[in-house]
Design a protein around this ligand. Structure first.
Ligand code: DX5
Ligand code: ZN
Length: 231
């Protein structure tokens, strides 16, 4: 599995919101492939985070693609606004109160990548009918709503099931994992077939985000060489 191209998506939920632009630049320079934005509505999850204005204001700082994770009950009310604001991927949950089919169509109509996320307790088979229509699928490895939680190990079997199903269908749907991804859990999810790794705490709480990203991606750290580069 190590020959796969692993993408790392720092979740800005764990960043210092008082200087968000700098925080985004810091992780882009450190090697981020995508920037992950957690949008929460206080209804689908018991927390409120960010709206399209925030994403629009960050867009000027980087060309790095924006991966927007909706944890909201009614994505259809916001898809256009976030597409206008600069989202490159929009992932909503299968447990939404809107029509999943209509939401997929709305995102696609904006030529934005479309993903579906699923809570840990929802049966993984509910995703199967949609897999071939999606750019990415996101089996959550924590209960959505907050950063800094412990990775749920049962996610590993779900990743494997999705990987097999995607191979059978012959579609190129990416498997993203989000929640509790760190240096211990990253190799496990990659081994089962995930290729997009979201990480908040593991990157923003690290002293050296560049090394943290390399470790998550499965790259060897050459301490001597890295130190030489740093001085
Ligand atoms: C949780 C969010 C995650 C979160 C991950 O609802 O979807 O993106 O920021 O944070 P860590 O990596 O700290 O578990
Ligand atoms: Zn997320």
């Amino acid at each position: 599995m190590s020959d796969r191209d692993i993408k790392i998506a720092p979740s800005i939920l764990a960043s210092d919101f008082s200087r968000l632009g700098e925080e985004v630049c810091r992780v882009v320079e450190a090697g981020a492939d995508l920037i992950h934005f957690d949008v929460m509505d206080g209804h689908f999850v018991p927390n409120i985070t960010m709206g399209p204005q925030l994403i629009n204001s960050i867009k000027q700082y980087t060309d790095c693609p924006f991966d927007v994770h909706f944890m909201i009950s009614h994505p259809q009310n916001f898809i256009d606004e976030f597409a206008d604001a600069g989202a490159d991927f929009i992932t909503f949950h299968i447990e939404i109160e809107d029509s999943v089919e209509d939401a997929i169509d709305m995102v696609k109509a904006r030529e934005v990548g479309v993903g579906i996320a699923i809570r840990p307790k929802t049966p993984i088979s509910t995703l199967f009918p949609y897999l071939a229509d999606l750019d990415l699928v996101l089996p959550m490895s924590v209960e959505p709503g907050f950063g800094g939680q412990k990775f749920i190990m049962a996610t590993l079997d779900k990743i494997e099931i999705l990987r097999k199903k995607i191979s059978e269908l012959g579609c190129g749907t990416l498997i993203e994992v989000d929640g509790g991804v760190n240096s211990h859990t990253a190799p496990l999810v990659v081994d089962r077939g995930a290729t997009v790794l979201v990480a908040g705490t593991a990157i923003f709480n690290s002293e050296n985000p560049r090394d943290a990203i390399r470790v998550l991606r499965g790259e060897e750290l050459n301490t001597k060489r890295d130190n030489n580069w740093d001085v």
